[in-house]
Ligand binder design. Structure first.
Ligand code: ADE
Length: 228
């Protein structure tokens, strides 16, 4: 099977590449794609650059050009729930775009006509992740993940997202990737390790914990690939 693995930032895929050998590098449509093999699967790994548009482009390329059959997103997120600590792992059950606003026309936040607010992930991939977590004694939590083109670093904004969407974690790519996958009918799994609490120290925490949290997520993904 050909599996795509996507991160937003270089730091989010570096720990994945470090675990692989015989990597082939391909430049296509403004990004670099890394091909490798693991457990009888062909992997195509890339980082998209930050944000919903960049991640939608890269997810579409993985789908249409590299013909992946499943997509796994690996990276970091800001924790919304009080009980989420730095380094904790969450997987998305569903995702939404918190900054999509047609409320002036009476639509709910996150909704555009002919689409929907929430995009689901693949239940089979989620089950595999739950099994991997159990086998490795990892406390993997399900989460509603809110995505937007904003780095959230205020309790006020964080609480608005929490109250409006009942979201548990926040990042900048998952929902746009989920939207792409729903168009292509491509099974998606989104994993995030917490790097900050989206509060007024989020910028400093993010810089401090990006690499360690990205590694937590990447190592889990490697274990997951072995179970697929
Ligand atoms: N990714 C990691 N932390 C984040 C935050 N606080 N806001 C948006 N995306 C993030």
């Amino acid at each position: 099977m050909t599996i795509g693995i996507l991160g937003a930032m270089r730091e989010e895929i570096t720990p994945l590449l470090a675990k692989l050998s015989n990597i082939e590098e391909i430049n296509y449509a403004g990004n670099t794609y890394y091909k490798a093999e693991l457990s009888n699967h062909n992997l195509v790994i890339a980082y998209s650059k930050i944000g919903k548009v960049n991640s939608a482009i890269t997810a579409s390329v993985l789908c249409e050009h590299f013909k992946i059959q499943k997509l796994i997103f690996s990276g970091v997120a800001g924790g919304i729930d009080e009980d989420l600590n730095i380094g904790d792992l969450v997987y998305a059950t569903k995702l939404l775009q918190h900054d999509l606003d047609l409320s002036a026309f009476g639509h709910p936040y996150g909704f555009v006509p002919e689409s929907k607010v929430f995009f689901e992930t693949d239940s089979k991939l989620c089950e595999i992740a739950i099994k991997v977590a159990k086998n490795n004694n990892i406390d993997l939590k399900p989460a509603i993940i809110a995505s937007g083109d904003q780095f959230i670093a205020s309790n006020e904004k964080k609480n608005w997202i929490k109250d409006t969407f009942k979201a548990n974690a926040i990042e900048m790519e998952g929902a746009s990737v989920a939207n792409v996958c729903s168009h292509f009918d491509l099974p998606l799994f989104v994993l995030r390790a917490i790097s900050d609490s989206a509060n007024d120290s989020a910028d400093m925490d993010f810089d401090k914990f990006l690499e360690t949290s990205a590694k937590v997520s990447a190592e889990f993904v490697i274990n997951m690939i072995k179970e697929i």
